[in-house]
Design a protein around this ligand. Structure first.
Ligand code: ADP
Length: 500
């Protein structure tokens, strides 16, 4: 580690060790009312980074009340859209200015290799803010001619939904928080944001920048705490108008149940088990590294990870050898090493879960082509792993592992697009899919038949704020990003005026 990086790491650790991190409620930084805290650790070595306030019901009530006040009587919803846009752009500039610090916090708390966190966590967040700032001035209603007798003026208003709870997971804390905040803010909503208990630190730093950017108090409240207490209290709160959640499918179900209290709107981005198809006519020089990084990037802790591979029999040996070669060659190491490509899993319990799945795959008859073990030493590392000879009935083929584990199977030349689509659609999920082929007709036919929110043909541009993101089936409700993402933070109101 170079000296500059080392001293920046030490400065952050010294700051975190001074006192438990506080929450942002109504423009003030507060401890939890009970005084309770929890700890967050560095997954690369298991050391504790900081104590953090643990919100209870009283803190959630206070945060929701602050957001309600800001929505009903504060300046935010009444603020001219170009002013709201300007404040979002201010925040983007500030995030860019403090990008190195934000990236370092993310690397320490999440375990993302430092070479990725500046580009993905900071770059992605800045992109979300600038894209959604543009929408603030472009949210429109409609006018209609009604068919009733008489003369009427009829129009449809698009209004901000109100107080939104946003519950974020631990794999991409900053960019997912900003990806939820930015459209909600552009639409004029106010927010109570809860980062995951494993990774709260970048979101708290974001809170300071939100204040510095000039976003009025109470518009964004940040509460830290455990899912089963703070998260559940938010999801069931009677004064929250919408809950937007990204995380596991099991927790998504709990959020749906909790939302029944007051019929709050629910937006869910949940798990995935996304297929990658590599045909014999694919450009293998492109397809092999893409399939490998599609599952190994971020140690597989990506909801849209390409975790199932269907490869044409004719090229299967070459493709699998290529992916296995990459699995061995990619540097698994300390997150602050600039050459590290694969970091640790976020926690010891994730490590146990992922290694448990690998064992279950073997017990059900899959073979380990490469990897398969926990990496010796400190931190929660597991080797990039390829399981071959997997079958649709196996747990590893059906369930989301959320680790660097690829489940591969071969298909025959005579299997047509309908059959391949059935493989793609065989799980309860429907988040994403990738296709590698030089036959454009086949690619588009398969894309139409796959039940997946995003289909990538011959490459992926990554998550773009303009493109709707979300899933079919158990992968969620609704779409984030793009026009749909903005509209998801609005309610429609039909107004009719009798003109005589
Ligand atoms: P994981 O199981 O991998 O930790 P979760 O989907 O449970 O993923 O967590 C994603 C987010 O949901 C986190 O912010 C977590 O605190 C929160 N959460 C967990 N359980 C609940 C719940 N019952 N209600 C609301 N939020 C929850």
């Amino acid at each position: 580690m170079n000296e500059d990086l080392n001293s920046r790491v030490e400065a952050l650790k010294a700051q975190w060790s001074k006192a438990p991190a506080k929450m942002l409620i109504g423009g003030e930084w507060r401890e939890s009312q009970s005084g309770e805290t929890f700890t967050t650790e560095n997954p690369a070595d298991g050391t504790i980074l900081s104590e953090v306030a643990a919100a209870g019901q009283a803190d959630i009530d206070a945060a929701v009340a602050a957001a309600r006040k800001a929505f009903e009587t504060g300046p935010w919803p009444q603020m001219k859209p170009d002013q709201r846009a300007k404040l979002l752009l201010n925040l983007a500039d500030l995030m860019e200015k403090h990008g190195d610090e934000l990236a370092l916090i993310e690397t320490l708390d999440v375990g993302r290799p430092i070479q990725f966190s500046r580009m993905i966590d900071v770059g992605g967040s800045v992109g979300q803010l600038r894209y959604n700032a543009g929408w603030a001035t472009k949210i429109t209603g409609e006018t209609h001619e009604v068919s009733a007798p008489g003369e009427w003026l009829s129009y449809v208003l698009r209004e901000p939904i109100g107080v939104c709870a946003q519950i974020v997971p631990w794999n991409f804390p900053l960019v997912m928080a900003v990806g939820k905040l930015a459209p909600a803010l552009a639409a004029g909503c106010t927010i109570v944001l809860k980062p995951a208990e494993q990774t709260p630190l970048s979101t708290l730093r974001l809170g300071q920048l939100i204040q510095e950017a000039g976003i009025p108090e109470g518009v964004v409240n940040i509460v830290t705490g455990l899912g089963r207490t703070a998260g559940a209290a938010l999801a069931s709160h009677m004064d929250v108008d919408k809950v937007a959640f990204t995380g596991s499918t099991a927790t998504g179900r709990a959020i749906i149940d909790a939302s029944k209290t007051n019929f709050k709107r629910v937006q869910l981005e949940l798990g995935g088990k996304s297929p990658t198809f590599i045909f014999a006519d694919a450009d293998l020089a492109k397809a092999i590294p893409a399939a490998a990084m599609g599952i190994f990037f971020n140690a597989g802790q990506v909801c849209a990870a390409g975790s199932r591979l269907f490869v044409a029999e004719e090229v299967a040996d070459q493709v699998l050898e290529g992916i296995a070669g990459m699995a061995k060659a990619l540097k698994v190491g300390h997150t602050l090493d600039p050459d590290t490509v694969i970091g640790p899993l976020v926690s010891e319990s994730q490590l146990d879960r992922v290694t448990g799945y690998i064992q279950s795959g073997q017990a059900e008859g899959a073979d380990v082509l490469v990897g398969g073990q926990r990496k010796d030493g400190e931190g929660w590392y597991v080797e990039p792993t390829v399981l071959v000879e997997t079958e649709a009935s196996m747990k590893v083929r059906k369930e989301e592992i959320f680790g660097p584990v690829l489940c591969a199977a071969r298909f025959k030349a005579e299997e047509d697009v309908e059959r391949l689509a059935a493989y793609g659609n065989e799980t309860e999920f429907g988040l994403a899919a990738s296709i590698y082929t030089s036959d454009i007709t086949k690619a588009h036919k398969l894309a139409r038949r796959l039940k997946a929110g995003s289909v990538r043909i011959n490459g992926s541009p990554g998550v773009d704020p303009a493109l709707p993101l979300g899933g079919y089936k158990a992968s969620g409700w609704g779409r984030e990003n793009g026009k749909a993402g903005i509209e998801a933070y609005t309610e429609l109101k039909s107004v009719t005026v009798g003109l005589g």
